[in-house]
Design a protein around this ligand. Structure first.
Ligand SMILES: Nc1ncnc2c1ncn2[C@@H]1O[C@H](COP(=O)(O)OP(=O)(O)OP(=O)(O)O)[C@@H](O)[C@H]1O
Ligand code: SF4
Ligand SMILES: [Mg+2]
Length: 368
């Protein structure tokens, strides 16, 4: 099969489905010439030397920066987290906190202007950052699906939905058109869409239907991990609820491991058991949703939870990434508990019982 049609719909080297076209040098070990349509061999289950089951995804001290005005600016800084098989992790943070950059790093779909400056990403026993382009193609998309932020805009307006999904399926598998169509129709049904939707053009679908189509695309190749980046943004409240419930059912039925990215804490409890709160590119607090919401430890988490009710009053002042990332604690300029030391020292991640917190005034010795 020749070049996939979706690959031709490119924006600055990346197609709107998040596929990278051609070689993309200078991105570190991932992100070079990547396309998530490439077929892969049978998945290997990661086990340790003793045969114990390892985490499905382990991110260690990951830092990513973008080339901006001639120099690299950190967008993700020293982030570490683990996702066990069957886990459901919410990544929550305000705009610019690095959520999408983190997700695109996991998928190996960073733009050419980005580079991974440190860290390790182990997925299903494979160190993704060490893989060559060809090897990456065997890992991505069939094992790791993603609903990209604003991805319903990625649907090609001049081709029918079914045709686009059939091409996606066939690009990754040695299947006939008939086999692929059968899989596509099943995927559409699994997201509560009638089979007839396959014969419609995107402009004939509502926003909610388009979102169901991109979810169908994300699960079409039966991945182990689903990353959903703001999947309900721009939908009305009723449709938002429908999509959340749909995701919940799909995750349960397909036994998917889920990373759900959102800036809206209200949505998290529908889908997730664990939470990682990001601010200024880093992981401020992680733990079970129950624990963190009941008793937030990090001042930013407390701020986030405390301001939920006051959002209409404009109490949540959004910081910009560059204001918060330079030197010291990223939250320093907004933190009600800040001491002078916080201005010069980037906080380590500290384990406090079953959760981790990145604050100089929590869980360890602190200078004032
Ligand atoms: N292609 C890019 N080039 C330069 N800087 C970028 C690029 N993409 C993102 N950034 C910067 O990296 C930081 C993190 O952006 P990112 O999109 O990952 O945040 P986010 O948490 O997903 O935000 P949102 O909630 O608005 O989607 C921001 O400061 C952003 O301006
Ligand atoms: S390290 Fe300091 S500035 Fe940062 S969250 Fe903790 S108290 Fe606030
Ligand atoms: Mg984003």
């Amino acid at each position: 099969m020749g070049e996939h049609a979706l690959l031709r719909r490119t924006v600055g080297g990346n197609c709107q489905w998040g596929m990278v076209v051609g070689r993309t040098p200078g991105v570190g070990n991932i992100g070079g010439g990547i396309c998530f349509l490439a077929p892969i061999p049978e998945a290997r289950r990661g086990t340790g030397t003793g045969g114990e089951v390892m985490a499905l995804l382990e991110v260690e001290n990951l830092s990513v920066s973008y080339l901006t005005d001639g120099s690299y600016v950190d967008a993700v800084r020293d982030v570490s987290f683990t996702v066990e098989k069957g886990d459901s992790l919410a990544i929550v943070g305000e705009s610019g906190s690095g959520k999408t950059t983190l997700a695109m790093t996991l998928m190996g779909l960073l733009p050419v202007t980005a580079r991974v400056t440190s860290g390790r990403v182990t997925f299903d026993g494979t160190d993704l950052l060490k893989l060559k382009e060809e090897e990456l193609r065997r890992v991505r998309w069939r094992k790791m699906g993603m609903v990209f932020q604003a991805s319903q805009n990625a649907l090609d307006p001049v081709r029918k939905v079914g045709q686009q999904l059939v091409e996606l399926y066939r690009y990754h598998t040695k299947s006939t058109k008939e086999e692929a169509r059968g899989e596509v129709l099943r995927a559409l049904e699994s997201v509560n869409l009638d089979r007839s939707v396959a014969n419609l053009y995107p402009h004939e679908l509502s926003g909610g239907m388009k979102q169901r189509v991109v979810i169908a695309a994300a699960i079409l190749l039966d991945p182990k991990l689903l990353i959903a980046d703001e999947p309900t943004t721009a939908l009305d409240v009723v449709t938002q609820a429908e999509i959340l419930l749909l995701l919940k059912r799909v995750v349960r039925e397909r036994e998917l491991t889920l990373i759900f990215i959102t800036h809206d804490l209200n949505l998290v409890s529908v889908l997730c058991k664990r939470i990682m709160v990001m601010y200024g590119g880093t992981d401020m607090e992680q733990g079970t949703l129950e624990d963190v919401v009941a008793s937030p430890s990090h001042p930013y988490t407390a701020h986030l939870l405390g301001t939920l009710e006051g959002l209409e009053e404009g109490k949540l002042v959004l910081g910009t990434h560059r204001e918060v990332i330079k030197g010291g604690c990223p939250f320093y300029s907004r933190c009600p508990e800040a001491v002078d030391y916080c201005r010069v020292r980037f906080p380590d991640r500290r384990e406090i019982g079953p959760r981790s917190v990145r604050c100089l005034l929590r869980g360890g010795e602190t200078r004032s």
